[in-house]
Ligand binder design. Structure first.
Ligand code: AMP
Ligand code: MG
Length: 481
Protein backbone atom coordinates (compact mmCIF):
# COMPACT_ATOMS: atom_id res chain seq x y z
CA UNK A 1 0.00 0.00 0.00
CA UNK A 2 1.07 3.56 -0.65
CA UNK A 3 0.00 5.78 2.20
CA UNK A 4 -1.16 9.36 2.00
CA UNK A 5 -1.98 9.91 5.66
CA UNK A 6 -3.60 13.32 5.69
CA UNK A 7 -6.70 13.35 7.87
CA UNK A 8 -4.61 13.57 11.01
CA UNK A 9 -3.10 16.84 9.79
CA UNK A 10 -6.46 18.44 10.66
CA UNK A 11 -7.00 20.08 14.06
CA UNK A 12 -7.14 17.34 16.69
CA UNK A 13 -10.60 18.38 17.92
CA UNK A 14 -11.97 16.73 14.77
CA UNK A 15 -11.09 13.15 15.69
CA UNK A 16 -10.11 10.75 18.42
CA UNK A 17 -7.28 8.24 18.04
CA UNK A 18 -8.42 4.77 18.81
CA UNK A 19 -7.40 1.21 18.03
CA UNK A 20 -9.81 -1.40 16.65
CA UNK A 21 -11.03 -3.98 19.13
CA UNK A 22 -11.08 -7.33 17.29
CA UNK A 23 -14.02 -9.71 17.62
CA UNK A 24 -13.58 -13.23 18.97
CA UNK A 25 -13.07 -15.95 16.39
CA UNK A 26 -12.66 -13.69 13.36
CA UNK A 27 -12.93 -15.57 10.08
CA UNK A 28 -12.94 -14.85 6.36
CA UNK A 29 -16.15 -13.63 4.78
CA UNK A 30 -15.42 -12.29 1.32
CA UNK A 31 -12.53 -10.48 -0.33
CA UNK A 32 -12.70 -8.12 -3.32
CA UNK A 33 -9.42 -9.01 -5.06
CA UNK A 34 -10.06 -6.67 -8.00
CA UNK A 35 -10.45 -3.70 -5.69
CA UNK A 36 -7.36 -4.69 -3.66
CA UNK A 37 -5.43 -4.66 -6.92
CA UNK A 38 -6.81 -1.23 -7.83
CA UNK A 39 -5.73 -0.04 -4.37
CA UNK A 40 -2.20 -1.30 -5.01
CA UNK A 41 -2.23 -3.82 -2.18
CA UNK A 42 0.99 -5.85 -2.19
CA UNK A 43 0.95 -9.65 -2.15
CA UNK A 44 1.75 -9.46 1.55
CA UNK A 45 -1.22 -7.15 2.19
CA UNK A 46 -3.48 -9.49 0.23
CA UNK A 47 -2.24 -12.51 2.17
CA UNK A 48 -3.16 -10.67 5.38
CA UNK A 49 -6.60 -9.48 4.30
CA UNK A 50 -8.42 -11.34 7.08
CA UNK A 51 -6.21 -9.74 9.75
CA UNK A 52 -6.63 -6.31 8.16
CA UNK A 53 -10.40 -6.66 7.73
CA UNK A 54 -10.87 -7.82 11.30
CA UNK A 55 -8.86 -5.14 13.10
CA UNK A 56 -6.03 -7.49 14.06
CA UNK A 57 -3.49 -5.68 11.95
CA UNK A 58 -3.03 -1.92 11.92
CA UNK A 59 -0.46 0.08 10.00
CA UNK A 60 2.51 1.99 11.36
CA UNK A 61 1.85 4.69 8.73
CA UNK A 62 -1.56 5.69 10.09
CA UNK A 63 -2.85 5.92 13.62
CA UNK A 64 -6.51 4.78 13.46
CA UNK A 65 -9.07 7.43 14.36
CA UNK A 66 -12.77 8.05 14.81
CA UNK A 67 -14.10 11.24 13.18
CA UNK A 68 -16.51 13.55 14.93
CA UNK A 69 -19.41 15.11 13.04
CA UNK A 70 -23.00 16.17 13.68
CA UNK A 71 -26.15 16.03 11.64
CA UNK A 72 -29.81 16.50 10.97
CA UNK A 73 -31.55 13.15 11.30
CA UNK A 74 -35.03 12.82 9.81
CA UNK A 75 -35.14 16.61 9.55
CA UNK A 76 -34.23 17.33 13.17
CA UNK A 77 -30.98 18.65 14.58
CA UNK A 78 -29.33 15.66 16.27
CA UNK A 79 -26.29 17.38 17.79
CA UNK A 80 -22.95 15.66 17.99
CA UNK A 81 -22.57 12.34 16.20
CA UNK A 82 -19.43 10.70 14.87
CA UNK A 83 -17.89 7.39 13.97
CA UNK A 84 -19.56 5.35 16.65
CA UNK A 85 -18.55 2.01 15.26
CA UNK A 86 -16.04 2.64 12.52
CA UNK A 87 -12.45 3.81 12.35
CA UNK A 88 -10.41 5.39 9.62
CA UNK A 89 -7.45 2.98 9.58
CA UNK A 90 -5.56 4.23 6.52
CA UNK A 91 -5.55 6.61 3.59
CA UNK A 92 -3.86 5.09 0.57
CA UNK A 93 -3.24 5.86 -3.09
CA UNK A 94 -4.98 3.83 -5.75
CA UNK A 95 -3.68 3.15 -9.25
CA UNK A 96 -5.03 6.50 -10.45
CA UNK A 97 -3.17 8.25 -7.66
CA UNK A 98 -6.44 9.08 -5.96
CA UNK A 99 -6.47 8.99 -2.16
CA UNK A 100 -8.87 6.37 -0.80
CA UNK A 101 -9.95 6.03 2.83
CA UNK A 102 -9.92 2.60 4.44
CA UNK A 103 -12.61 2.63 7.09
CA UNK A 104 -13.10 -0.39 9.31
CA UNK A 105 -16.77 -0.70 10.24
CA UNK A 106 -17.73 -2.58 13.40
CA UNK A 107 -14.35 -1.99 15.05
CA UNK A 108 -15.61 -1.34 18.59
CA UNK A 109 -16.93 1.60 20.56
CA UNK A 110 -15.50 5.10 20.37
CA UNK A 111 -16.23 8.34 22.28
CA UNK A 112 -18.98 8.92 19.68
CA UNK A 113 -20.80 5.60 20.18
CA UNK A 114 -23.50 7.15 22.40
CA UNK A 115 -25.73 4.22 23.41
CA UNK A 116 -24.39 1.88 20.71
CA UNK A 117 -22.05 -1.07 21.15
CA UNK A 118 -19.63 -0.07 18.38
CA UNK A 119 -20.36 -3.23 16.46
CA UNK A 120 -21.88 -4.30 13.17
CA UNK A 121 -23.69 -7.56 12.56
CA UNK A 122 -23.01 -9.91 9.67
CA UNK A 123 -26.44 -9.21 8.14
CA UNK A 124 -25.86 -5.46 7.76
CA UNK A 125 -22.23 -5.92 6.70
CA UNK A 126 -23.26 -8.22 3.85
CA UNK A 127 -25.99 -5.81 2.80
CA UNK A 128 -23.54 -2.91 2.69
CA UNK A 129 -20.79 -4.98 1.06
CA UNK A 130 -22.99 -6.16 -1.80
CA UNK A 131 -24.76 -2.84 -2.30
CA UNK A 132 -21.54 -0.83 -2.53
CA UNK A 133 -20.22 -3.33 -5.03
CA UNK A 134 -23.49 -3.31 -7.00
CA UNK A 135 -23.64 0.50 -7.21
CA UNK A 136 -20.02 0.76 -8.32
CA UNK A 137 -20.64 -1.81 -11.04
CA UNK A 138 -23.79 0.05 -12.09
CA UNK A 139 -21.70 3.19 -12.53
CA UNK A 140 -23.08 5.05 -9.51
CA UNK A 141 -20.45 6.77 -7.35
CA UNK A 142 -20.36 4.91 -4.06
CA UNK A 143 -18.25 3.59 -1.26
CA UNK A 144 -17.12 0.03 -1.77
CA UNK A 145 -15.31 -2.52 0.39
CA UNK A 146 -12.13 -4.57 0.13
CA UNK A 147 -13.52 -7.36 2.23
CA UNK A 148 -15.42 -8.42 5.30
CA UNK A 149 -14.92 -10.89 8.11
CA UNK A 150 -17.39 -12.71 10.29
CA UNK A 151 -16.78 -13.93 13.83
CA UNK A 152 -17.97 -16.28 16.55
CA UNK A 153 -18.87 -13.33 18.78
CA UNK A 154 -22.59 -12.77 19.22
CA UNK A 155 -23.94 -9.22 19.05
CA UNK A 156 -27.31 -8.40 20.53
CA UNK A 157 -29.88 -6.84 18.23
CA UNK A 158 -33.54 -7.91 18.12
CA UNK A 159 -31.89 -11.30 18.41
CA UNK A 160 -28.28 -12.41 18.92
CA UNK A 161 -26.43 -12.18 15.62
CA UNK A 162 -22.84 -12.88 14.51
CA UNK A 163 -20.57 -9.82 14.78
CA UNK A 164 -18.68 -8.82 11.64
CA UNK A 165 -16.34 -6.15 10.32
CA UNK A 166 -16.06 -4.63 6.89
CA UNK A 167 -13.21 -2.65 5.38
CA UNK A 168 -15.03 0.12 3.56
CA UNK A 169 -13.38 2.23 0.90
CA UNK A 170 -14.45 5.72 -0.09
CA UNK A 171 -12.88 8.69 -1.79
CA UNK A 172 -14.19 10.75 1.11
CA UNK A 173 -15.65 10.32 4.58
CA UNK A 174 -16.20 14.04 5.10
CA UNK A 175 -19.92 14.50 5.52
CA UNK A 176 -22.18 17.56 5.38
CA UNK A 177 -22.41 16.89 9.11
CA UNK A 178 -18.71 17.66 9.58
CA UNK A 179 -19.45 21.28 8.72
CA UNK A 180 -22.46 21.27 11.00
CA UNK A 181 -20.38 20.02 13.93
CA UNK A 182 -17.67 22.61 13.35
CA UNK A 183 -20.12 25.48 13.16
CA UNK A 184 -21.88 24.41 16.29
CA UNK A 185 -18.97 23.39 18.48
CA UNK A 186 -15.65 24.61 17.08
CA UNK A 187 -16.20 27.41 14.55
CA UNK A 188 -12.59 28.57 14.78
CA UNK A 189 -11.45 25.59 12.66
CA UNK A 190 -13.94 26.19 9.82
CA UNK A 191 -11.58 28.19 7.60
CA UNK A 192 -8.78 25.65 7.81
CA UNK A 193 -11.13 22.70 7.43
CA UNK A 194 -12.84 24.15 4.36
CA UNK A 195 -9.49 24.99 2.81
CA UNK A 196 -8.35 21.37 3.28
CA UNK A 197 -11.60 20.03 1.81
CA UNK A 198 -11.04 22.13 -1.29
CA UNK A 199 -7.35 21.20 -1.57
CA UNK A 200 -8.01 17.50 -1.14
CA UNK A 201 -11.23 17.03 -3.05
CA UNK A 202 -11.65 19.96 -5.44
CA UNK A 203 -8.16 21.37 -6.06
CA UNK A 204 -9.35 22.87 -9.37
CA UNK A 205 -11.49 25.31 -7.32
CA UNK A 206 -8.39 26.92 -5.82
CA UNK A 207 -7.89 28.71 -9.12
CA UNK A 208 -11.40 30.18 -9.13
CA UNK A 209 -11.97 33.83 -8.21
CA UNK A 210 -14.06 32.67 -5.24
CA UNK A 211 -12.84 29.16 -4.35
CA UNK A 212 -15.56 28.63 -1.74
CA UNK A 213 -18.38 29.41 -4.17
CA UNK A 214 -16.73 27.20 -6.79
CA UNK A 215 -16.45 24.42 -4.18
CA UNK A 216 -20.11 24.78 -3.20
CA UNK A 217 -21.19 24.54 -6.85
CA UNK A 218 -19.16 21.37 -7.34
CA UNK A 219 -20.55 19.68 -4.24
CA UNK A 220 -24.06 20.57 -5.39
CA UNK A 221 -23.39 19.31 -8.89
CA UNK A 222 -21.94 15.99 -7.75
CA UNK A 223 -24.79 15.41 -5.30
CA UNK A 224 -27.37 16.13 -8.01
CA UNK A 225 -25.69 13.68 -10.40
CA UNK A 226 -25.45 10.98 -7.72
CA UNK A 227 -29.14 11.28 -6.90
CA UNK A 228 -30.14 11.29 -10.59
CA UNK A 229 -28.26 8.01 -10.95
CA UNK A 230 -29.95 6.57 -7.85
CA UNK A 231 -33.32 7.34 -9.40
CA UNK A 232 -32.34 5.75 -12.70
CA UNK A 233 -31.24 2.43 -11.20
CA UNK A 234 -34.10 2.50 -8.70
CA UNK A 235 -31.97 2.85 -5.59
CA UNK A 236 -33.45 4.18 -2.36
CA UNK A 237 -30.77 5.10 0.17
CA UNK A 238 -33.11 4.92 3.13
CA UNK A 239 -31.41 7.31 5.57
CA UNK A 240 -30.51 10.53 3.79
CA UNK A 241 -29.57 12.36 6.97
CA UNK A 242 -26.97 15.10 6.64
CA UNK A 243 -24.45 12.88 8.44
CA UNK A 244 -24.83 10.27 5.70
CA UNK A 245 -24.04 12.42 2.65
CA UNK A 246 -20.44 13.23 1.83
CA UNK A 247 -18.97 16.21 0.00
CA UNK A 248 -17.83 14.26 -3.07
CA UNK A 249 -21.28 12.99 -4.02
CA UNK A 250 -20.47 9.34 -3.58
CA UNK A 251 -23.01 7.12 -1.85
CA UNK A 252 -22.17 6.48 1.79
CA UNK A 253 -23.65 4.78 4.85
CA UNK A 254 -26.14 2.29 3.57
CA UNK A 255 -28.62 1.35 6.19
CA UNK A 256 -32.05 0.15 5.22
CA UNK A 257 -31.44 0.87 1.55
CA UNK A 258 -33.13 -1.01 -1.24
CA UNK A 259 -33.37 -1.40 -4.97
CA UNK A 260 -36.81 -0.82 -6.42
CA UNK A 261 -38.59 -3.94 -7.60
CA UNK A 262 -42.27 -3.30 -8.40
CA UNK A 263 -42.37 0.35 -9.43
CA UNK A 264 -43.80 2.37 -6.57
CA UNK A 265 -42.50 5.95 -6.39
CA UNK A 266 -43.59 6.32 -2.77
CA UNK A 267 -41.79 3.13 -1.84
CA UNK A 268 -39.63 3.08 1.24
CA UNK A 269 -37.41 0.28 2.34
CA UNK A 270 -36.77 1.74 5.78
CA UNK A 271 -39.42 0.48 8.14
CA UNK A 272 -38.22 2.90 10.83
CA UNK A 273 -39.10 5.87 8.62
CA UNK A 274 -42.74 6.09 9.63
CA UNK A 275 -43.35 9.44 7.98
CA UNK A 276 -41.92 8.40 4.64
CA UNK A 277 -39.35 11.21 4.55
CA UNK A 278 -36.89 9.14 2.56
CA UNK A 279 -39.08 7.48 -0.06
CA UNK A 280 -37.66 6.94 -3.53
CA UNK A 281 -39.52 9.88 -5.04
CA UNK A 282 -38.49 12.26 -2.24
CA UNK A 283 -34.77 11.69 -2.71
CA UNK A 284 -34.18 14.58 -5.14
CA UNK A 285 -35.92 17.11 -2.89
CA UNK A 286 -34.26 15.75 0.25
CA UNK A 287 -30.92 16.15 -1.53
CA UNK A 288 -31.81 19.80 -2.05
CA UNK A 289 -32.81 20.22 1.61
CA UNK A 290 -29.56 18.64 2.80
CA UNK A 291 -27.49 20.87 0.54
CA UNK A 292 -29.36 23.91 1.84
CA UNK A 293 -28.54 22.91 5.42
CA UNK A 294 -24.92 22.41 4.40
CA UNK A 295 -24.62 25.74 2.58
CA UNK A 296 -25.70 27.56 5.75
CA UNK A 297 -22.41 26.51 7.25
CA UNK A 298 -20.47 28.46 4.64
CA UNK A 299 -22.10 31.82 5.43
CA UNK A 300 -19.47 32.77 7.99
CA UNK A 301 -16.73 32.22 5.40
CA UNK A 302 -17.60 35.54 3.69
CA UNK A 303 -14.32 37.06 2.40
CA UNK A 304 -13.35 40.38 4.10
CA UNK A 305 -13.77 42.44 0.94
CA UNK A 306 -17.21 40.95 0.14
CA UNK A 307 -20.61 42.37 1.00
CA UNK A 308 -22.21 39.99 3.55
CA UNK A 309 -25.68 40.09 2.00
CA UNK A 310 -24.23 39.56 -1.45
CA UNK A 311 -22.28 36.56 -0.12
CA UNK A 312 -25.46 34.95 1.22
CA UNK A 313 -27.20 35.55 -2.08
CA UNK A 314 -24.31 34.13 -4.04
CA UNK A 315 -24.24 31.04 -1.85
CA UNK A 316 -27.94 30.42 -2.27
CA UNK A 317 -27.62 31.01 -6.01
CA UNK A 318 -25.23 28.07 -6.15
CA UNK A 319 -28.18 25.91 -5.20
CA UNK A 320 -30.18 27.11 -8.19
CA UNK A 321 -28.02 24.80 -10.30
CA UNK A 322 -29.20 21.76 -8.37
CA UNK A 323 -32.54 21.13 -10.02
CA UNK A 324 -31.46 21.70 -13.64
CA UNK A 325 -28.39 19.49 -13.09
CA UNK A 326 -30.52 16.75 -11.59
CA UNK A 327 -33.13 16.98 -14.38
CA UNK A 328 -30.56 17.05 -17.15
CA UNK A 329 -28.96 13.84 -15.92
CA UNK A 330 -32.20 12.15 -15.00
CA UNK A 331 -33.98 12.96 -18.28
CA UNK A 332 -31.00 12.04 -20.39
CA UNK A 333 -30.54 8.78 -18.49
CA UNK A 334 -34.22 7.90 -18.66
CA UNK A 335 -34.36 8.52 -22.41
CA UNK A 336 -31.33 6.31 -22.76
CA UNK A 337 -33.01 3.54 -20.76
CA UNK A 338 -36.07 3.90 -22.98
CA UNK A 339 -34.14 3.92 -26.24
CA UNK A 340 -35.56 7.33 -27.12
CA UNK A 341 -33.67 10.30 -28.58
CA UNK A 342 -33.08 13.06 -26.02
CA UNK A 343 -33.61 15.79 -28.60
CA UNK A 344 -37.16 14.66 -29.48
CA UNK A 345 -39.77 16.84 -27.79
CA UNK A 346 -42.03 13.89 -26.87
CA UNK A 347 -39.40 11.49 -25.54
CA UNK A 348 -39.65 12.41 -21.89
CA UNK A 349 -43.46 12.38 -21.96
CA UNK A 350 -43.37 8.94 -23.48
CA UNK A 351 -40.93 7.73 -20.80
CA UNK A 352 -43.29 9.09 -18.14
CA UNK A 353 -46.18 7.19 -19.75
CA UNK A 354 -44.12 4.00 -19.46
CA UNK A 355 -43.38 4.67 -15.79
CA UNK A 356 -47.09 5.29 -15.15
CA UNK A 357 -47.83 1.87 -16.61
CA UNK A 358 -45.18 0.25 -14.42
CA UNK A 359 -46.73 1.99 -11.44
CA UNK A 360 -50.37 1.20 -12.12
CA UNK A 361 -49.64 -2.39 -13.14
CA UNK A 362 -47.09 -2.88 -10.32
CA UNK A 363 -44.48 -4.18 -12.74
CA UNK A 364 -40.85 -4.84 -11.94
CA UNK A 365 -38.78 -1.73 -12.70
CA UNK A 366 -35.59 -3.50 -13.82
CA UNK A 367 -37.10 -6.35 -15.81
CA UNK A 368 -39.64 -4.11 -17.56
CA UNK A 369 -36.83 -2.02 -19.03
CA UNK A 370 -35.06 -5.22 -20.10
CA UNK A 371 -38.24 -6.36 -21.83
CA UNK A 372 -38.51 -3.04 -23.60
CA UNK A 373 -34.87 -3.36 -24.62
CA UNK A 374 -35.49 -6.88 -25.93
CA UNK A 375 -38.59 -5.59 -27.79
CA UNK A 376 -40.56 -8.13 -25.83
CA UNK A 377 -43.67 -5.98 -26.12
CA UNK A 378 -46.06 -8.92 -26.05
CA UNK A 379 -44.76 -10.09 -22.68
CA UNK A 380 -45.07 -6.55 -21.32
CA UNK A 381 -48.62 -6.25 -22.63
CA UNK A 382 -49.55 -9.64 -21.21
CA UNK A 383 -48.55 -8.39 -17.76
CA UNK A 384 -50.90 -5.42 -18.03
CA UNK A 385 -54.50 -5.46 -16.93
CA UNK A 386 -55.11 -2.27 -18.88
CA UNK A 387 -53.91 -3.39 -22.28
CA UNK A 388 -55.24 -0.32 -24.02
CA UNK A 389 -53.04 1.92 -21.94
CA UNK A 390 -50.07 -0.16 -23.00
CA UNK A 391 -51.06 -0.10 -26.66
CA UNK A 392 -51.38 3.69 -26.58
CA UNK A 393 -47.94 3.94 -25.06
CA UNK A 394 -46.45 1.55 -27.61
CA UNK A 395 -47.94 3.48 -30.52
CA UNK A 396 -46.33 6.70 -29.30
CA UNK A 397 -43.07 4.89 -28.52
CA UNK A 398 -42.79 3.37 -31.96
CA UNK A 399 -43.73 6.57 -33.71
CA UNK A 400 -40.95 8.46 -31.92
CA UNK A 401 -38.42 5.76 -32.78
CA UNK A 402 -39.47 5.70 -36.41
CA UNK A 403 -36.89 7.40 -38.66
CA UNK A 404 -34.31 7.39 -35.84
CA UNK A 405 -30.99 5.61 -35.76
CA UNK A 406 -32.38 2.54 -34.02
CA UNK A 407 -29.06 0.76 -33.79
CA UNK A 408 -27.55 3.64 -31.91
CA UNK A 409 -30.54 3.94 -29.57
CA UNK A 410 -30.54 0.20 -28.89
CA UNK A 411 -26.82 0.19 -28.18
CA UNK A 412 -27.33 3.01 -25.67
CA UNK A 413 -30.15 1.06 -24.00
CA UNK A 414 -27.85 -1.86 -23.36
CA UNK A 415 -25.47 0.36 -21.45
CA UNK A 416 -28.28 1.80 -19.34
CA UNK A 417 -30.45 -1.16 -18.38
CA UNK A 418 -29.05 -3.62 -15.86
CA UNK A 419 -30.19 -7.23 -15.94
CA UNK A 420 -29.45 -7.55 -12.24
CA UNK A 421 -29.98 -5.48 -9.16
CA UNK A 422 -29.64 -6.57 -5.55
CA UNK A 423 -33.17 -7.51 -4.55
CA UNK A 424 -33.84 -7.77 -0.83
CA UNK A 425 -34.65 -11.47 -1.06
CA UNK A 426 -31.36 -12.14 -2.88
CA UNK A 427 -29.36 -10.44 -0.11
CA UNK A 428 -31.47 -12.22 2.49
CA UNK A 429 -30.69 -15.67 1.12
CA UNK A 430 -26.96 -14.88 1.04
CA UNK A 431 -27.15 -13.65 4.65
CA UNK A 432 -28.95 -16.74 5.92
CA UNK A 433 -26.32 -19.02 4.39
CA UNK A 434 -23.44 -16.83 5.61
CA UNK A 435 -24.80 -17.00 9.13
CA UNK A 436 -24.19 -20.75 8.79
CA UNK A 437 -20.64 -20.06 7.52
CA UNK A 438 -21.51 -20.67 3.88
CA UNK A 439 -20.38 -17.68 1.83
CA UNK A 440 -21.03 -19.26 -1.56
CA UNK A 441 -24.17 -17.21 -2.18
CA UNK A 442 -22.36 -13.96 -1.27
CA UNK A 443 -19.76 -14.96 -3.82
CA UNK A 444 -22.33 -15.79 -6.49
CA UNK A 445 -24.09 -12.45 -6.02
CA UNK A 446 -20.77 -10.64 -5.96
CA UNK A 447 -19.91 -12.10 -9.36
CA UNK A 448 -23.40 -11.61 -10.81
CA UNK A 449 -23.47 -7.96 -9.75
CA UNK A 450 -19.94 -7.28 -11.04
CA UNK A 451 -21.24 -6.82 -14.59
CA UNK A 452 -24.92 -6.08 -14.22
CA UNK A 453 -25.37 -4.81 -17.77
CA UNK A 454 -24.41 -8.21 -19.18
CA UNK A 455 -26.47 -11.35 -19.11
CA UNK A 456 -24.86 -14.14 -17.09
CA UNK A 457 -26.93 -17.23 -17.88
CA UNK A 458 -24.34 -19.41 -16.13
CA UNK A 459 -24.62 -17.50 -12.84
CA UNK A 460 -28.20 -16.32 -12.66
CA UNK A 461 -31.09 -18.01 -10.91
CA UNK A 462 -34.77 -17.38 -11.68
CA UNK A 463 -35.25 -15.54 -8.36
CA UNK A 464 -32.69 -12.93 -9.47
CA UNK A 465 -35.02 -11.77 -12.21
CA UNK A 466 -38.29 -11.08 -10.46
CA UNK A 467 -39.77 -9.70 -7.30
CA UNK A 468 -41.25 -12.18 -4.86
CA UNK A 469 -44.93 -12.87 -5.55
CA UNK A 470 -46.97 -9.99 -4.16
CA UNK A 471 -48.54 -12.16 -1.45
CA UNK A 472 -45.17 -13.08 0.10
CA UNK A 473 -44.32 -10.71 2.99
CA UNK A 474 -41.43 -8.35 2.26
CA UNK A 475 -38.10 -8.66 4.06
CA UNK A 476 -38.31 -6.13 6.91
CA UNK A 477 -35.33 -3.79 6.95
CA UNK A 478 -34.83 -1.31 9.76
CA UNK A 479 -32.07 0.88 11.14
CA UNK A 480 -31.04 -1.71 13.73
CA UNK A 481 -27.83 -2.89 12.14
P1 AMP B 1 -26.33 5.59 10.78
O1 AMP B 1 -27.78 5.97 10.76
O2 AMP B 1 -26.07 4.11 10.62
O3 AMP B 1 -25.53 6.39 9.82
O4 AMP B 1 -25.79 5.91 12.27
C1 AMP B 1 -25.97 7.15 12.90
C2 AMP B 1 -24.94 7.30 13.98
O5 AMP B 1 -25.06 6.28 14.96
C3 AMP B 1 -23.51 7.27 13.49
O6 AMP B 1 -22.80 8.24 14.19
C4 AMP B 1 -23.06 5.87 13.83
O7 AMP B 1 -21.67 5.77 14.03
C5 AMP B 1 -23.82 5.58 15.11
N1 AMP B 1 -24.08 4.16 15.30
C6 AMP B 1 -24.91 3.36 14.59
N2 AMP B 1 -24.89 2.11 15.06
C7 AMP B 1 -24.01 2.09 16.09
C8 AMP B 1 -23.55 1.09 16.99
N3 AMP B 1 -23.96 -0.17 16.92
N4 AMP B 1 -22.64 1.46 17.92
C9 AMP B 1 -22.21 2.72 18.01
N5 AMP B 1 -22.61 3.70 17.21
C10 AMP B 1 -23.49 3.40 16.26
MG1 MG C 1 -24.17 7.25 9.28
Amino acid sequence: MYFNSRYQTLPSCLYHHQLPLPLKGAKAGHFNAVLAEQLQWSDEDKAQWVEICSGQKVFAEFEPLAMVYAGHQFGQWAGQLGDGRGLLIAQILDKNNQTIDLHLKGAGSTPYSRMGDGRAVLRSVIREYLAGHALNALGVASSNAVGFTSSTQGIQREKLEPGAMMLRTSDCHIRFGHFEWINQYQPDVLVEFTQKCIEWHYPECLQAKQPILAFAKKVIQRTAVMIAKWQLVGFAHGVMNTDNLNITGSTLDFGPYGFMERFRPNWINNHSDYQGRYTYQQQPSIGHWNLWMWLNNLISLCPIDYDKEQWKQDLSQCLEHYEPTFLEHYEHGLNQKMGLPSFHKDSFDCAMAFLRILQSEQLDYTQSFIRLQNKDYEALKDDCLDRRQFEAFLAQYESIREHQDIEELDAAMQLANPHYILRNHMAQKAIELAERDDFSEVDRLFKLLSQPYQKHSDLEQPEDLAPLPSDVPEVMVSCSS
